[in-house]
Unconditional design. Structure first.
Length: 106
């Protein structure tokens, strides 16, 4: 039985490959890979949806008796819960930052 780490999937995996973190060119600039912030967020949301869909599928199998290992469902449900909580926390911080910017006087 292999156990996959929680950090290897879900919302977090979309944020771990950020260009320019820990490096740059000789002038101290950030390297650009051509991927935008919107693409990164979109992929992270897709990962959250996939994690929730997997948990839902395993819940259905557990309810119908087709699931052989209940711990698979428990792991998937916990992973979906954690990724959803992280997504909500990031959204709340983004809304808070937006509101702070809107309150700034020009």
């Amino acid at each position: 039985m292999s156990i996959t780490p929680i950090t290897g999937s879900g919302f977090v995996s979309g944020l771990t490959n950020v260009a320019g973190v820990g490096g740059g060119d000789a002038a101290g600039g950030v390297q650009c890979t051509g991927k935008g912030f919107g693409d990164m967020v979109s992929k992270a949301i897709d990962n959250v949806q996939q994690t929730q869909a997997t948990a839902d599928d395993l819940a259905t199998k557990a309810a119908t008796g087709d699931l052989t290992d209940v711990h698979d469902y428990m792991l998937a449900a916990t992973q979906a819960s954690v990724t959803t909580e992280l997504t909500v926390a990031v959204r709340n911080k983004a809304v808070e930052a937006f509101n702070d910017i809107m309150r700034m006087q020009v």
